[in-house]
Design a binder for this molecule. Sequence first.
Ligand SMILES: Nc1ncnc2c1ncn2[C@@H]1O[C@H](COP(=O)(O)OP(=O)(O)OP(=O)(O)O)[C@@H](O)[C@H]1O
Ligand SMILES: [Mg+2]
Length: 757
Amino acid sequence: MDYLKNLNEPQLEGVMNTEGPCMIIAGAGSGKTRVLTMRIAHLIKAQEVDPFNILALTFTNKASKEMRNRIEDVVGHEARNIWMGTFHSIFARILRAEASKLGYPSNFTIYDTDDSKSLIKNIVKEKGLDDKVYKPNTVLNRISAAKNRLVSWQEYLKNPIYRADDESAMKPEVGNIYQAYADRCFKASAMDFDDLLFNTNVLFRDHLDVLNKYQQRFRYVLVDEFQDTNLSQYLITKKLAAVNQNICVVGDDAQSIYAFRGADIQNILNFEKDYVDLRVIKLEQNYRSTQNIVDAANSVINKNRAQLKKKVWTENTPGELIEVIKASSDNEEGKLVASNIFEEKMHHQLSYEDFAILYRTNSQSRSIEEALRRANIKYKIIGGLSFYQRKEIKDILSYLRFAINQQDEQALRRIINLPKRGIGPASVDKVVVAAYEHDITIWEVLENIHSFLSGRTANAIADFVTMIKAFKLEIERKDAFEAATHIAKNSGILRELYEDKTIEGLNRYENVQELLNAIKEYVDNEENEDKSLGAFLQEIALLTSVDQDKSEDNDLVTLMTIHMAKGLEFKYIYVVGMEEDLFPSQMMLSSRADLEEERRLFYVAITRAKIKLCLSYALNRYRFGRLKNCEPSRFLEDIDPKYIKVNRLQKGSDALAFDQLNPNHGTGSQYARNLVNSVRKKPAPNPQHYHKPDKDFAPSDTSGLAEGMKVEHAKFGFGVVTMMDNLGANKKAKVNFEKFGEKTLLLSFAKLKIHDS
Ligand SMILES: Nc1ncnc2c1ncn2[C@@H]1O[C@H](COP(=O)(O)OP(=O)(O)OP(=O)(O)O)[C@@H](O)[C@H]1O
Ligand SMILES: [Mg+2]
């Protein structure tokens, strides 16, 4: 049983005791996810449980893929058959199978957030309400919060509490919008993200035979990141586990960071009440981070009142102190972080994939990205506008969606006049109204358009209908890839993009090709049981930002928000923008509960680091189009000062190396050095380590410097030129120094003596 070897006592307890309810609430990096993974492996390998009987719920699809791979190492191919994924993807799959019980067709569409918002916008407009008061985002959040608490629109309208709430927020119509929204989604055969959980609850509540079937099937239920489940998710797992009671949840209350989306820490406390025979396991040893990082994290989280007290300690080395980087501006912050990463990478021979830069909000990435690009550091951004949100991709996907589900109103609105066919939005509104007046579906109106409209528009719509019918046939007869290719071509979208010869047009054309490639890959992948176009669409609809990372090059610095970094680990973590009003966010300052959630977010950020943590802040930053003075974050003071150093530079490097990275500084190198000195409290690196040149050391004229030449540097000593970069005004040389390794030097600054004749 090799897989049991790398587990400590309490971890083993969590893995071996597979029967009955079990809860592991433990600090970051203590092996919760590892225990969950090995518990599943153990169920299959030692207890001979059929993988089909195991349900494991993770935070992202990527996390579940990783888990599956680990389990596969132990049990082999069988790991494929485990029901494993996010709540949304697993229950979407179940809802598809049971859709008819809820009055839905099994080919229902999943509305993404954009679809939901644009539907709300339509409804607000149709009701003649003020769209500045009823902002789609705000309304959707309220509807979403209600659904996550399992409040239907009927209840919402009935219960005076919600009405009072909405009235005090000066939005008395939210209940009515909720009703219209739910109705429109249903008529469009569409579910939004929250519906996937809400409707699963309805399904299990109203159809005991169905519930019973899944209770029998899922003999073992396991949940990772349990602290971030909402009520709706909690009830689903509770119902599924009600018969067998084999439920194992792992999480960390100190990492609960999704309360704003309805996650409820109460679930942890309820769990103890809901299961009398509950086995509670504590894991206290951290395997991820250095002692300094673990202790610093502890000192931060102890500032929170609402916390289950727990010890976290580690046997790892003390490691480096936490570095605080102070910058004069956001751009400077980017530069300092970039040069720091470059230095660390060179000095410790790391890869870029060992580094992650975390921030509070996506918009902070801009200044960081700029600096990374300038320093020639390759990076990837998780989140932001993803591939599947690009316009041309959404256009094609909408065609595919509509060809599968002709009730999909949002898809219809997107494609009916794309490419232009002379069908304006007013005509579409007429179609929608007609459907309501006659109580028929939108598709039925379209199919019989000449009974409702006349003239050119009606003819155009009739042609559109004929085309969609042809697409439908194509989907029935061909595989997903062939059908999608046919639709991309015959809808006219591909042609339109092809004819656009601008660079952007070309790019969009290639993106569509890339989408078709993705479908082909999906069809060819043996692991996908259901290879239909509908299954493909569902899969991509439920990808989280972390899942959408498709970078082929692995050696990249990762940029993402702290929220997305949950559960992940990197050798080096940089948390940027450690400033008041940014982190903690301005919106989270009004109550202790909010501030504590924000502090938990900081705890999550710190605990992602294995070897080194850097925190940076800027004294000035552009926000909302204006330059603002910033104050260092109060969270910096939460860390016990004995774990911190305010310093920017690594041993073995100096300000010169910083200049090398920022050739744009030119005469500003003195400025850079001043800045460095201003933040440097510790004395400069011990000069003893540096090379001592002869008294008569005179730098040579380096205009003739070439690869292979031996040189002497005033500080770094002897080395060999490995590469010359003569491009542009700033000539650079890469030199491999005997004592200091490879460094890139800007020749106009470097003091080099050539020893080759
Ligand atoms: N017994 C062990 N021996 C060696 N390494 C371990 C052990 N347990 C866990 N680890 C390692 O420690 C790191 C953290 O483990 P894991 O990700 O499972 O922690 P976690 O509690 O899930 O963290 P988080 O709270 O961030 O989700 C991983 O790299 C894991 O491989
Ligand atoms: Mg984990």
